[in-house]
Design a protein around this ligand. Structure first.
Ligand code: BES
Ligand code: ZN
Ligand code: ZN
Length: 458
């Protein structure tokens, strides 16, 4: 993918320069001509704001990019520019440090994303000449991962069922000589994945477990992603409004495939395994019911309090398998609860972790990458809310409070405390557009996790 970043070109390039609020004020006092033009055009040098400066013949001389109160641009400062600048080839006027240049290029690359599967746009995007000193490998790996995650989420369920999700995983495996095995339909019962089977059995599109492995040295890292390709709620059917966005309920799977793509493209020395339970939570005569008691891979029995709490059911079998091979770290991503969004809003993923060092490291990387996650507690006293009178546990807590925590505690039952584990409850979707982050599928916490894994393997 080109990401609208090109090698130094012979074509005429238009210089881009940065100016923050303080510098704009100062150059106005010096009555710089371009500063006068900028203020006449109501340019306030806000972060990411642009002002095109004309040359004497009426062409574009250069483009000012506001930094707000910043000293240097951040990842999102230029992320919208490939879409908002006039078509052409642009270049940075001033030299940047390697770190800043890499942030700029990464924002540009992520921001060049368009979902074009069903509607071609005739708009030609602007391109940027790769700035000097950029870590191109890092930019390309992360941008590939984010684009893949967004594409998978944006593709509606009619074209992204359990089978198509498995095909996407095996295509990715093919690109990097990874191994990809898929257990489908009734074979899930023979292979002892009863909960995945139960949730997915009502759909004409058979449930499956995708098991992807790559790399043969370094730490053992297992990523698990919720792959509910559409969540109707099952017999506890969602409302129309609640169902509207549920093509994104495989967002966790999309995240772990995006992270895997970035890890493999940059050849990080780890033994990677990706497990994705891929199902459709559908309604039919043979659908699992509220009050059913089902078995799980770990042997625990679960009473179904609500068929709409299906994510934890498919994840618990995948997590039990993940733990079995004793990896150094398990990370799962899931669009698991509405309650996590009530607690933290749509943009901030909730992170739960049974290992304080890993949690602190994830938080630190998330701040450094401008990809924040927020830790929430695995508050043990709430575990009793999942007690069932007739089974080992219920899949929901009876009450309306602390739903993200009780969901995480449910998962913890299947992980135990011998393996380091982090769980991300994510929205995986931008509910409105911002520069570089269009409405639709979004990777949240992906760069933070990649950055921590990169540090782990170094
Ligand atoms: N996929 C949903 C959670 C969800 C909803 C995530 C909206 C993001 C936005 C999940 O399967 C679900 O329906 N969870 C229920 C659990 C409840 C029945 C205990 C929820 O959050 O309401
Ligand atoms: Zn649900
Ligand atoms: Zn769901």
């Amino acid at each position: 993918m080109s990401f609208q970043l090109i090698e130094g070109s012979a074509e005429q390039t238009i210089p881009l320069f940065f100016i923050n609020k303080k510098q704009l004020d100062e150059s106005l006092q010096e009555s710089g001509l371009s500063a006068i033009w900028m203020t006449a055009n109501n340019f306030k040098a806000g972060d990411g704001e642009i002002c095109t400066i004309p040359d004497k013949s009426g062409g574009i001389d250069s483009v000012a990019i506001g930094l707000g109160d910043r000293e240097v641009p951040g990842i999102w400062t230029m992320a919208g520019l490939s879409h908002s600048l006039p078509q052409g080839v642009y270049t940075l006027k001033e030299k940047q440090t390697s770190e800043v240049a890499t942030e700029i290029a990464l924002g540009w690359a992520i921001g060049s994303y368009c979902f074009t599967r069903y509607k071609q746009s005739d708009r030609v995007l602007a391109s940027l000449v790769w700035p000097d000193k950029v870590d191109k490998q890092l930019v390309s790996s992360l941008a590939s991962g984010v684009h893949l995650t967004r594409d998978l989420i944006n593709t509606p369920s009619n074209d992204m069922g359990p089978e198509e999700l498995a095909t996407a995983a095996s295509q990715l495996a093919g690109e990097f000589e990874a191994e990809c095995n898929v257990i489908v339909g009734d074979d899930l019962l023979q292979a002892n994945y009863p909960a995945i089977y139960e949730v997915g059995k009502a759909s004409d599109r058979a449930p499956r477990l995708i098991d992807f492995r790559w790399g043969d040295s370094g730490p053992k890292i297992t990523l698990v992603g919720k792959g509910v390709c559409f969540d109707t709620g099952g017999l506890d059917l969602k409302s129309a409004a609640g169902m509207l966005m549920m093509k994104k309920d495989m967002g966790g799977a999309a995240h772990v495939l995006g992270i895997a793509a970035a890890i493999m493209e940059s050849n990080l020395a780890c033994q990677l395994r990706v497990l994705i339970p891929a199902v459709e939570n559908a309604v039919s005569g043979n659908a699992f019911r509220p009050s059913d008691v089902i078995k799980t891979r770990k042997g625990l029995t679960v009473e179904i309090g609500n068929t709409d709490a299906e994510g934890r059911l498919v994840l618990c079998d995948a997590l039990a398998e993940a733990v079995r091979t004793k990896p150094d770290l398990i990370i799962d991503f899931a669009t698991l609860t509405g309650a996590a969004r009530v607690a933290l809003g749509t943009d901030l993923p909730a992170m739960f972790c049974n290992d304080d060092k890993i949690a602190d490291s994830l938080r630190k990387h998330s701040v450094e990458c401008d990809d924040e996650v927020w830790r929430m507690p695995l508050h043990k006293p709430y575990r009793k809310l999942l007690d069932s009178k007739i089974a080992d546990l219920n899949n929901i807590s009876g009450g309306p409070y602390g739903g993200a925590i009780t969901a995480a505690l449910y998962l913890e039952e299947f992980v135990g405390n011998e393996t380091s584990w982090a769980h991300f409850d994510v929205m995986a979707y931008n509910t409105s557009s911002r520069p570089g982050r269009p409405e639709g599928g979004e990777a949240m916490g992906l760069r933070a996790v990649y950055s921590m894994i990169k540090e782990m393997v170094n």
